[in-house]
Write a protein that binds this ligand. Sequence first.
Ligand SMILES: [Zn+2]
Length: 164
Amino acid sequence: MWICNRCQTANKEGYTQCVECSAPRNARRFGAGRPVVAPSVQAASPERRMQQPEQAPQDAPPPPVSRRVVEPPVLPPRKPVGGFIRLVGILLAALLPIITILVAVLRYDVISPVIISLFFKPPAPEVLGYVAYGVMTFAAALLVMAPGLALVALSRLMGLARRR
Ligand SMILES: [Zn+2]
């Protein structure tokens, strides 16, 4: 004799089903009549829940910073060489004309007869002599600046060549 789990009806031992509700003998109280309970739908749901948080990957942009750090140490050793040549060129371009003018002024009595004699014959008017001497002195000063300016230009060319 056994009691039905569904309706609590007492059944005889020979019966495999409940007389009252026809439920099987081993049926449970809820979901009776379907002992084979295999809900395949519930097995798939936990896997879907696990895949959702894997989305939204975050990519930070740090690489451009590392590239700029490498460049600065290359520049410092270049400047001293070009800077030295430029400094010498500026000094020459400034000092040589000054020396030339000083010599032309201080040694006027020695140099002026030679310069004036290049343009005029010995009995030359003094005004033209001074003008000729001044023009020649100015021309000489410009010519003496050439090597210094050449060094300055050279330093610039070296700087442009190294930047490329
Ligand atoms: Zn029953």
